[in-house]
Design a protein around this ligand. Structure first.
Ligand SMILES: NC(=O)c1ccc[n+]([C@@H]2O[C@H](COP(=O)([O-])OP(=O)(O)OC[C@H]3O[C@@H](n4cnc5c(N)ncnc54)[C@H](O)[C@@H]3O)[C@@H](O)[C@H]2O)c1
Length: 345
């Protein structure tokens, strides 16, 4: 690689270890990140992204559609047929260029085509750089649920080039900031004092630490879902009711404030810690309350269906020794806190 300045964070998983490069203008270095024995490269991306690094190997580009509906088994089938027509074999490589939709889908195709191919990721959204591209969770959606079909399959390298974020819409940037905000409570304090590149590196380090200690998501990696139980419920209710148009990161931000209020009611944290949550979320310009009237019981029902809840109300909550999974929370209390969430001053 050239002498350009970048951070290299290694996700240390023994023989599945890989580097995550965070810096500016790294696309010129991608060719040298591809292992020498790789023959052809199948690039998976979306048409509007428009990023293709210069590679010395034969390549073909496969475009997938935009949005959650494209993260599907249908897309996997189309990609795999395309890879077969291209003559991709086990020495070849998949290169995902895009946000979480592309890395989750291309990663699952890489995990399954020829029973597993190497893949690299150029993460081009803030959310993908701080979260989706790190950790080897790949998946697609089926009509019965999001991310229900997937595999743990670690990439060979991940590139987080800050320059690629310049074309991102404000809304997508904000969405990534919702995920960044959660890291302030998972060991990356003081993020707002850092440059964007250093913030991304700090988030990657925290995520790498969780992945290293719990690659296949037992309880510890589940802590990365801080703010997500209500966040996912808001998204689920919003999906049924088109008037509710919140992005994932915005829903997670509201979920972080809800989690703080709930932790306080359970005596796990005090008012100053709730204020810290509010300060962090507001510093990213993210919402702290629901911007619409919704029946709390609809949200509670959706939270019970969360795949990590096993039918009871389960949350990741802050406390004296950091965030922890807390099970069997009383629905009456949850209802009261949901009402309190929207009555904050
Ligand atoms: N695997 C994991 O661990 C993990 C973690 C978090 C989220 N996810 C998944 O990630 C997905 C969401 O990812 P996302 O928020 O990156 O959304 P996304 O991939 O849909 O990207 C958002 C939009 O930005 C566009 N885009 C991407 N890069 C761009 C660029 N540089 N300039 C301009 N536009 C660009 C995309 O085409 C898309 O329209 C969800 O499906 C979620 O389940 C996975």
């Amino acid at each position: 690689m050239s002498t350009k300045r970048y951070d290299e964070i290694v996700v240390d998983l023994g023989d599945r270890s890989y580097p995550v490069y965070v810096g500016e203008e790294l696309l010129g270095d991608v060719d040298s990140m591809i292992p020498d024995d790789v023959g052809k490269v199948a690039i998976v991306t979306q048409r509007n992204i428009g990023i293709v690094p210069q590679l010395t190997r034969p390549l073909e580009i496969f475009y997938i559609g935009d949005g959650e509906q494209s993260k599907s088994l249908g897309t996997i089938g189309e990609l795999c047929s395309g890879f077969a027509e291209m003559g991709i074999n086990r020495k070849d490589m998949i290169l995902a260029i895009g946000g979480g939709i592309v890395s989750d889908t291309a990663g699952f195709a890489a995990a399954t085509f020829h029973r597993g191919l190497r893949y690299g990721i150029i993460a081009t959204t803030l959310l993908a750089q701080v979260d989706a591209a790190i950790g080897g969770k790949t998946a697609v959606n089926i009509p019965e649920g999001k991310n229900l079909v997937g595999a743990f399959w670690q990439p060979t390298f991940v590139v987080c080039d800050i320059a690629t974020l310049e074309t991102l819409s404000n809304r997508e940037r904000l969405c990534g900031m919702g995920e960044m905000a959660k890291y302030a409570f998972l060991g990356a304090e003081g993020l707002d004092q850092l440059s964007l590149g250093s913030q991304i590196s700090a988030c990657v380090r925290v995520k790498a630490g969780f992945v290293e200690s719990d690659e296949r998501e037992g309880d510890r990696r589940a802590l990365l879902n801080y703010g997500h139980t209500l966040g996912h419920a808001i998204e689920a209710v919003g999906f049924e009711d088109r008037a509710v148009n919140l992005k994932h990161g915005e829903a997670v931000a509201i979920g972080l404030i809800f989690a703080a209020l709930l932790a306080k009611r359970l005596g796990r944290i005090d008012a100053s810690r709730v204020d810290y949550h509010l300060r962090v979320v507001r510093s990213y310009g993210l919402p702290t309350r629901l911007p619409f009237d919704v029946d709390p019981d609809r949200l509670i029902e959706a939270m019970c269906k969360d795949k990590k809840s096993f039918g009871t109300l389960t949350f990741v909550l802050d406390g004296g020794s950091g965030v922890e999974v807390v099970r069997d929370v009383d629905p009456t209390l949850v209802r009261e806190v949901l009402l309190e969430l929207n009555n904050q001053s």
